[in-house]
Write a protein that binds this ligand. Sequence first.
Ligand code: F6R
Length: 236
Amino acid sequence: MRIIRCANYEELSQKAAEFVAAQITLKPDCVLGLPTGSTPIGMYARLVEMGMDFSEVTTFNLDEYYPIKKDNPQSYHYFMTENLYSKVNLKPENIYIPNGETTDPAAECKNYEKSILACGGLDMQVLGIGQNGHIGFNEPGEMLNSYTHVTKLTQNTIEANARFFNSMDDVPKQALTMGVATIMRARRILLLASGKSKAHVVRALQGSVIDPEIPATILAAHNDVTVIADAEALGE
Ligand code: F6R
């Protein structure tokens, strides 16, 4: 695992954008796995500023709340449209995000996993990390050999995400998420961590002990992981 230290969020965003841009330059028709949340917002803004050519890129988002309408401003679909899809030349047919409006979530998850494989697998998966160590919505104590599935959000995640909603009651209680095994099949992983609320999980990540209570620690078993973290997330 390689750790790239950044002084602050701005530097983290710049470095993360350069990392993704390098992947696109190396392989213009690459398949990217993408996160939402507050951490990658600066990275998306820098990628847009760089004027990267996304015309051959395919993207798969990590997760989506369930159930949620695509036009709900808190949906990940809406987030991605605002921060990336509407600002770069990604082809609509090359954009994949779990459908939070589906009436058959199990079939949606199965088809999502199939689509990733049909596109040749993920060349690079970008991740944020939850305060409880979740990656995607793979919460502490869940199976580590899972593929895309429906999951219940933990109380900790509902509380952490309530800041984006009018009230805690408005936060959907479930999500559709790539599984840990889906993430681990990506050929390269980039994890972003910012702020002191992430310091304890970033510390755990740097050890080599895999702890199912901190799902991100599974990344110790992947051979191409880069963590870009700011000083606060590194506890400095
Ligand atoms: C988002 C996702 C989550 C977030 C995590 C950190 O698609 O899968 O795992 O990456 O909750 O969120 P922020 O960046 O808001 O701290």
